[in-house]
Each structure stands twice: as structure tokens, then as C-alpha cells.
Design a protein around this ligand. Structure first.
Ligand code: NAD
Ligand code: UDX
Length: 386
């Protein structure tokens, strides 16, 4: 492998990375990228390894020995500090991060996103180790524009909705709207990390992902996850399409999101890993401002793309409305609009997303169809009554 150069033309020394939550959606893509394109070593920590099995076995893989899986729960495992000490850099991805949990399991959500991350920050700070911590675009909460009258012309002014790391406020709903338990816990851990940087010199980077999507995201209920489980929207809609059911639009599907392809986003993370002088001390939005849709438009586009990749006709009524109370339960609330400002990541790392929403849905739904269609068909064949 040729020596890799950083953005300032300096050779990059191979490093050891302690990746917590390596077995999840983002972790699996990051591990893959690090194994295929770099000489870095990964200590991969998670309670699950299914999504990175293809990187761990067989022993004949070209990167064998550069990735080692440690099955552990960071809530209670004395090996954590030792593994952080063995590494040059720690990346913390571990979290409960599906909205269906925020209002129904608020304690687990707060513990997972704040309390369980505390020792990771502490061990990094005490041992002078660099930390890349995964936060979320949800820390912005609702836009300022959402509080303006519906017909206010100011709603069209980007100053009222574009989300900027260093100037936008964090606006959450009331305490009984437990949806915000996640965003609030993430915000407090960001503040703690920032304070460790300011008071104790911790070298940190905070990542705020804006709806990264792609293969291996979450699970398909009843196939590789619980039948009653509610994953994030990509997997919910994929599940509906695979089962030829209408896609459920929560509260009319009016909320807006920008979606970025996981492979584009992982490029940004690799730049952070390999350019510490440019990434340390920064908070980065990572998203694709050009891929904005309402959830209803997402449903319509996914329906069209799925018909194309599966060769199956779409339903006559491809969507159905459902209230948030019915779908998520009491205490749900929503972010209205999420457009990331890209100035800081562009200036520091020169990163820009490349893939259009149509293209990323085409590759992702091709994967979903190839991976799940047969299993779904089998699960839907009802046993004949004797
Ligand atoms: N995917 C996105 O678009 C997105 C958006 C915003 C923020 N994020 C943040 O990025 C991070 C990763 O997200 P993801 O989409 O890969 O989620 P994910 O659920 O697929 O991955 C999280 C992983 O962490 C592991 N984990 C959780 N608690 C653990 C513990 N106590 N000990 C060990 N492992 C534990 C889980 O088993 C899982 O494999 C999270 O912090 C999430 O909040 C993701
Ligand atoms: O079947 C569904 C699922 C979801 N939705 C809607 O689709 C939108 C997106 O829902 P997602 O489940 O992807 O989650 P959100 O975008 O709200 O939050 C996510 O954002 C960033 C991360 O921190 C987390 O991964 C998650 O909190 C929401 O408005 C939700 O109400 C539907 O209309 N139908």
C-alpha cells in the first residue's frame, strides 16, 4: 500500500483506533473503509458483530490481524480503559439512536447517550488520547423558522432554518415531549467534551451526522430484528416495500430531511481521522444540503426506485397516513427541517457530498431487495391449516 498523505502533504503514520460501536451501521462502513483503503488497525468494540462478520472471517482476508473484535458492553466492562490506552485514537459511536426508543425508553436513551459515554471521555482525557465522538444533528432540535407564522416570508430566509455549528441555537420541546431525551443527552455530552478540551486540553472532534443512510442500516422487522421493532425511516419504508404494504406517513409526512449516502459521509470521517490538526477542536455537520425532501417525497421516490430495482409494480395507494401518537406513542415530537451548513467542514477538510438522493436510494434499495426479498417471501407463506 502506497504511503497515504494528509491534506497538507505530510505522510500519515499508521495508527491504532479503538472504535466503540463498531458493529453498528456507521461502524461497519467505517471498519470496511479502514481495512480496504488504509493501513490502520482497529480494535472493534460492540455487543454485536453481525454487520462486520465479513471483515472478521475468514483468517485469509488481506487485512486479517488488523481488525480485532472485542465483544463488550461499555456500561460495565473493566477492559474499556485498557483498550483506549492501547489506541492512538478513540471513536465513540455507541448509542441508542432510533426515535422509537426516545419517548418509550427515555431512561435507557439518556443513560446510553450521556452516562455511558462519560467514562470514554474521562479515559481519553486522563490518558491524553484523541477522541472523535458521534453526536447528532438532533442537537439543533427545531428550526427558528418553525416558530414563525405559517405565511411569514421570513420562513424562506435561510437565516431561519440553515443549521450552523457555531451560531444556531438548540431548540427542544417541553420535558413531557420525551422525544428530546436523546438530543438533550447528546447536547450535554457535547458540552462536557468541549469543556474537557477547554479546561484539560482534550483533543476532540465532534461529528453531527445528518441522516446518513445506506446498506446495513438498522434491521427489517421479523427478519433480522424484532417483529414489533420500529427502525429508522429508511428501514421502515424498505420493510413496507418488501412486504408490498403502504408506507406509513407520520403526521402527514410533512417534516423535511436531508439524506446523505453513507459512503460519502464515511469519506468525511476518514478525513477527520487522518487530519487531526485540521479536525481537532471542531464540531462538524456532515450531511448533504442538496438532498432535501419531505418524508412524503421520500416515500414517493422510494416507491418509484423500488419498482425499478425489483421489477415489481407499485401499489395503487402507496402511502397511508398515521398519527405520531399511534406510530410512536405518547411524547413524540419532531424536527421540522434539517439543512446542514457546510462552511466549516468545507473550510477545514475540503469535503463535499457527491451522491444524489435518487442514486443513493437506487444502490441502497438494490441491496435491500437482494438481501431480504427471499426471506420476506418465505416468512409470508402461511402454513396450510390441516
Ligand atoms: N445514522 C445516522 O444517520 C446518525 C445520525 C445522527 C447521529 N448518529 C450517531 O452515530 C452513532 C452511530 O449510529 P449508527 O447509525 O451506526 O447506529 P447503530 O445503532 O447502527 O450503531 C450503534 C452501535 O453501538 C453499539 N452499542 C450501543 N450501546 C453499546 C454499549 N453499551 N456497549 C457496546 N456497544 C454498544 C450497538 O450495538 C450498535 O452496534 C450514534 O452515536 C448515533 O447517535 C447517527
Ligand atoms: O415509517 C415511518 C418512519 C419514520 N417516519 C418519519 O420520518 C422522519 C425521519 O425519521 P427517522 O426514523 O429516520 O429519524 P429522524 O430523522 O427523526 O431522527 C434521526 O436523526 C438523526 C439521528 O440522531 C438518529 O438516527 C435519529 O434520531 C420523521 O419525521 C418520522 O416521523 C415516517 O413518516 N414513517
Amino acid at each position: 500500500m502506497a504511503t497515504r498523505m494528509d491534506l497538507d502533504g505530510k505522510p500519515i503514520k499508521p495508527m491504532t483506533i479503538c472504535m466503540i460501536g463498531a458493529g453498528g451501521f456507521i461502524g461497519s462502513h467505517l471498519c470496511e473503509k479502514l481495512m480496504v483503503e488504509t493501513p490502520h488497525k482497529v480494535l472493534a468494540l460492540d455487543v454485536y458483530s453481525d454487520k462486520i462478520k465479513h471483515l472478521l472471517e475468514p483468517d485469509s482476508l488481506p487485512w486479517a490481524g488488523r481488525i480485532v473484535f472485542h465483544r463488550l458492553n461499555i456500561k460495565h466492562d473493566s477492559r474499556l480503559e485498557g483498550l483506549i490506552k492501547m489506541a492512538d485514537l478513540t471513536i465513540n459511536l455507541a448509542a441508542i439512536c432510533t426515535p422509537a426508543d426516545y419517548n418509550t425508553r427515555p431512561l435507557d436513551t439518556i443513560y446510553s447517550n450521556f452516562i455511558d459515554a462519560l467514562p470514554v471521555v474521562k479515559y481519553c482525557s486522563e490518558n491524553n488520547k484523541r477522541l472523535i465522538h458521534f453526536s447528532t444533528c438532533e442537537v439543533y432540535g427545531k428550526t427558528i423558522g418553525s416558530f414563525l407564522p405559517k405565511d411569514s416570508p421570513l420562513r424562506k430566509d435561510p437565516a431561519y432554518y440553515v443549521l450552523k455549528e457555531d451560531t444556531s441555537p438548540c431548540i427542544f420541546g417541553s420535558i413531557e415531549k420525551q422525544r428530546w431525551s436523546y438530543a438533550c443527552a447528546k447536547q450535554l455530552i457535547e458540552r462536557l467534551i468541549y469543556a474537557e478540551g477547554a479546561e484539560n486540553g482534550l483533543d476532540f472532534t465532534i461529528v453531527r451526522p445528518f441522516n446518513w443512510i445506506g446498506p446495513r442500516m438498522d434491521f427489517i422487522p421479523g427478519i433480522d430484528g424484532p417483529s414489533e421493532g420500529v427502525p429508522r425511516v429508511l428501514a421502515c419504508f424498505s420493510n413496507n416495500l418488501l412486504r408490498c404494504e403502504p408506507l406509513k406517513l407520520v403526521d402527514g409526512g410533512e417534516s423535511q430531511r436531508t439524506f446523505v449516502y453513507i459512503k460519502d459521509a464515511i469519506e468525511a470521517v476518514l478525513l477527520m481521522i487522518e487530519n487531526p490538526d485540521r479536525a481537532n477542536g471542531h464540531i462538524f455537520n456532515v450531511g448533504n444540503p442538496n438532498n432535501e425532501v419531505t418524508v412524503r417525497q421520500l416515500a414517493e421516490m422510494m416507491t418509484k426506485v423500488y419498482a425499478k430495482v425489483s421489477g415489481e409494480p407499485s401499489l395503487e395507494s402507496p402511502t397511508i397516513d398515521v398519527s405520531s401518537k399511534e406510530f410512536y406513542g405518547e411524547g413524540y415530537d419532531d424536527s421540522d427541517k434539517r439543512i446542514p451548513d457546510m462552511t466549516i467542514i468545507n473550510r477545514q477538510l475540503g469535503w463535499n457530498p457527491k451522491t444524489s438522493l435518487w442514486d443513493l436510494l437506487e444502490s441502497t434499495l438494490t441491496y435491500q431487495h437482494r438481501t431480504y426479498a427471499e426471506a420476506i417471501k418465505k416468512s409470508m407463506v402461511k402454513p396450510i391449516a390441516s
